[in-house]
Design a protein. Structure first.
Length: 359
């Protein structure tokens, strides 16, 4: 299958332009609140800058796959805004996720709660800078979540397809928030088997990263339930492989590429599928060492020791095999789907970009 020619850099620039224009509107709306609101908008701009825009792309090509024919300029711009709405949901999730994980960085810069904390400290304000940073980031994440709904409603589609897309968006937001709570609960219990880790992965990330953006785009194009189901056969395994790749990078990724410290997932204590497989297969003394080290400050040498345990258990290669298997399932599902051929080719390339990335 051959892909319809498209410029992914130009696409990302268009999504960013739509986000910037929307935030310009919000800045004007909130201007009467003064300097504090301006700081909130400024951090919102940072939180919505950069990234691969894969969710927006899956939304866009889900629509194009169903629609088939060329879009009018007005339709195309409305679709870009719909993709930008999905990216606002992503930005909200990342801001909240960094608070819950007590992360210091995001994409090579201070996480939002750390940036607000530093601003409090620099200004010499009263109260606890950390508490202020956390409170401000929670509110920022809430605002981004609210804006995601607003931008999708105002994207420019007729009432009926917009309502259909919003029903999917409602389900998407419930899934990702409940999945995040499941993840928090798993971390609190300090244990997770492979099945539990996969459930967290599916609902916290996989569905809202690929499947639901595809559904939102398709719904805006008037897709029926059977079409949405065929898109799930492609989108869900791609989303799962995408998050498994993210888990691999969270342990083995190059900080210069990922923008995160080495072994960041180990320091944060994430009970991922990779960790669950390691704890099942490693020698007992190694499993105990890994289990006790999760969620603690680690030196580079300690991170490397834990990486060695994970590799030695075979878990890294197991996850790579699962990623390859899920990608194969997704490709087979895509081949069965009744979609525009050009869009099918682009969706295949997006799947490859999502699952074979290095950052």
């Amino acid at each position: 299958m051959s892909a319809t020619p498209w410029d992914d850099e130009a696409f990302r620039a268009r999504v960013q332009k739509a986000l910037d224009a929307f935030l310009d509107e919000q800045a004007e709306r909130l201007a009467p609140l003064g300097a504090d609101a301006a700081r909130l908008i400024a951090e919102a701009r940072i939180s919505t800058s950069g990234g691969k825009r894969l969710r927006a792309a899956f939304c866009y090509w889900g629509y194009r796959g169903v629609r088939g024919e060329e879009l009018t300029p007005e339709e195309d711009e409305a679709l870009i805004r719909a993709g930008a709405a999905v990216e606002l949901l992503q930005a909200s999730a990342l801001v909240h996720d960094d608070v819950m994980d007590a992360s210091d960085t995001r994409r090579g810069r201070p996480a939002s709660h750390r940036a607000f904390e530093a601003a409090h400290r620099d200004a010499g304000w009263h109260s606890d800078p950390r508490e202020y940073g956390v409170a401000a980031a929670i509110l920022l994440g809430d605002l981004l979540l609210t804006w995601a709904d607003e931008l999708l409603r105002r994207a420019g589609f007729d009432a009926e397809p917009t309502a259909a897309a919003l029903r999917i968006f409602d389900a998407c937001r419930s899934e990702v928030i409940a999945g995040q709570f499941l993840d928090v609960s798993v971390q609190a219990r300090g244990r997770a088997d492979v099945e539990s880790a996969m459930t967290v992965l599916r609902y916290k990330s996989a569905k809202y990263s690929v499947e639901r953006p595809l559904h939102i785009g398709a719904a805006l194009a008037g897709a029926d339930q059977p079409t949405l189901a065929t898109l799930s056969a492609f989108g869900l395994p791609v989303g799962e492989a995408f998050q498994l790749r993210d888990d691999q990078l969270g342990v083995f990724g190059d900080p210069e590429v990922t923008g995160k410290p080495a072994g960041d997932d180990l320091v944060e204590g994430k009970r991922t599928v990779l960790v669950a497989l390691t704890l099942d297969a490693a020698a007992p003394e190694d499993a105990v060492l890994l289990d006790r080290a999760l969620g603690t400050p680690l030196t580079p040498a300690e991170v490397e020791r834990l990486r060695g345990i994970i590799r030695g258990s075979g878990a890294e290669q197991q996850v790579e095999s699962v990623i390859a298997e899920l990608t194969g399932v997704a490709v087979a599902g895509l081949e069965r789907a009744h979609l525009d051929e050009g869009a099918r080719g682009v969706l295949l390339s997006l799947a490859q970009a999502a699952t074979q990335r290095s950052h």
